[in-house]
Design a protein around this ligand. Structure first.
Ligand SMILES: Cc1ncc(COP(=O)(O)O)c(C=O)c1O
Length: 476
């Protein structure tokens, strides 16, 4: 099948009964109600937009803390020696990092910017894990002095760290990133030392023989939005086997296994059939897969388990509120031309691509980078008692690829309707672009239900602050 299945549309051509009655009789109908999302943690959506502007990112402290506590419990109940590190790249808003810090998370960073931000937020050096394929020399030196745990990615980095630690008296704890095949495609071979060809073992050996370094962690990160818990079982087994080899050859038992991130949030990829709650395995399934393997070890040999979970914790805590700014296509045509019969209207709807109702929203892929992969839930913020119609939701950018949802059933919307886009808390903000538009404000709904501004909307002054103009160019 090359085309998505479209359910039949119920319209008033079906006899004298109202479309509502027809939809109730026909269980295959699109129905007459599209679910609406009226509020977030007690705050009416239209009021949030009226107070803070549109578009608007909204984060729920309650959801973030509940997801974090649930994940922590799921693992610690099975394996008490579990520690979590917050993946700054997933969302580095200060308030988000701070909430997770209060919940007992340390920091996981991958660049000088993230390292400096973690230190600025008060994470001590030893509470920072430093990942990533490129750690510039200056920040590497600083993080070594401050006792961060470096996960070494490649031979060149290992050589640089050996050089920077040459004069140390005490050995520096380090980890290595290992890339391995856990059955997930694509394999992320860009990062780390390969397990299969013995590279990871050789890197481990070189570190173990260096008196200025101490091999503390074996780390891997097998991908993101991994729907297969058994991949984590495989990854754990493979890292443990490497740990055993290092112990039997060099007498050194590593303290920690770090399995990175990758647990999915309750979201869907394009083309997946939902609902997400039914197709995304619960966190307990991942906890079982990993801890089953670890709990088979004699107690004394059990390592510290570390996780760098990002998406799973923050995605559902984040919403983007966006307003309809223009309506294009047949919906408008029908509204303006009462002469269009219901039959013609329906035929237009089912005729093909071009017959969709097109909406332009005031936010685009500049704020929703991950819309290329994820099928966000888009809901109006008022109840609209009209049959949903095949629609397309465009963003506001002046570029053709700026489409938030290419196929979506939406009831007839008006300019000014506020839509919620969810879940969008992971990566969208940290990967957002300052392209032709200002980034919008970000609000946190606190545990007590109060909306607090946690990032102001950008202004021309802010965006231009770093630019300089040569004197000759200032002449008119
Ligand atoms: C090394 C590392 N750890 C953790 C994460 C977080 O992954 P996720 O958001 O899928 O949990 C990433 C994401 O790419 C990563 O590269």
């Amino acid at each position: 099948m090359t085309q998505d299945y479209s359910q039949p549309i119920i319209s008033d051509e079906l006899g004298s009964n109202s479309p509502h009655a027809a939809a109730e009789r026909n269980c295959f109908a699109r129905g007459v109600h599209t679910p609406a999302l009226f509020e977030i943690d007690g705050n009416p959506i239209p009021a949030l937009v009226a107070d803070f502007g549109s578009p608007l990112f909204v984060f729920s402290e309650h959801t973030l803390r509940s997801k974090a506590r649930h994940a922590r419990e799921a693992f610690r109940r099975r394996y008490p020696k579990t520690s979590f590190a917050w993946s700054f790249k997933t969302n580095h808003l200060q308030s988000v990092c701070q909430i997770l810090r209060q919940e007992g998370w340390i920091a996981e960073v991958v660049s000088d910017f993230e390292y400096e931000k973690a230190r600025y937020l008060g994470f001590a050096g030893p509470d920072i894990i430093f990942n990533g394929p490129y750690k510039p020399r200056a920040i590497l030196r600083r993080s070594i002095d401050e006792g961060a745990l470096l996960h070494i990615d490649n031979w060149d980095e290992l050589s640089l760290i050996e050089e920077l630690t040459r004069d140390r008296r005490e050995p520096l704890d380090v980890g290595i990133r290992v890339w391995l095949d856990a059955g997930i495609r694509p394999v992320w071979s860009k990062f780390g030392f390969a397990l299969a060809n013995g590279e990871a073992e050789r890197a481990a050996e070189r570190i173990v023989k260096n008196p200025r370094l101490r091999l503390h962690t074996l780390h891997t990160h097998i991908g993101t939005y991994i729907l297969e818990p058994s991949a984590y079982r495989t990854a754990t087994q493979k890292l443990l086997a490497l740990r055993d080899t290092i112990q039997s050859k060099h007498g050194h038992l590593l303290d920690c296994l770090d399995l990175g991130g990758g647990f999915p949030s309750n979201s869907l990829l394009h083309g997946m059939a939902g609902p997400a709650e039914q197709v995304v395995p619960p966190i307990e399934a991942y906890a079982d897969a990993i801890t089953d393997v670890l709990n088979r070890l004699p107690e004394k040999k059990r390592p510290l388990l570390r996780l760098e979970t990002g998406r799973h914790l923050v995605d559902e805590a984040g919403y983007l509120l966006t307003s309809v700014v223009a309506v294009k296509g047949i919906h408008r045509q029908r509204a303006e031309n009462d002469g269009l019969s219901a039959r013609d209207f329906k035929e237009q709807l089912i005729a093909g691509e071009d017959s969709k109702v097109n909406y332009i929203a005031d936010a685009g892929i500049n704020l929703l980078y991950t819309s290329a992969w994820y099928r966000f839930n888009v809901q109006p913020s008022r109840l609209i008692n009209e049959p949903p119609m095949p629609s397309r939701l465009y963003g506001s950018l002046c570029m053709v690829i700026d489409v938030i949802r290419d196929h979506i059933d939406l009831p007839p919307l008006e300019v000014g309707d506020v839509l919620s886009v969810h879940p969008v808390g992971a990566y969208n903000l940290s990967q957002s672009m300052q392209f032709i538009a200002y980034r919008p404000a970000v609000v946190l709904i606190t545990e007590s239900g109060v909306p607090e501004l946690i990032r102001a909307a950008e202004t021309l002054e802010e965006v231009q602050r770093l630019e300089r103009i040569p004197a000759a160019l200032t002449e008119r």
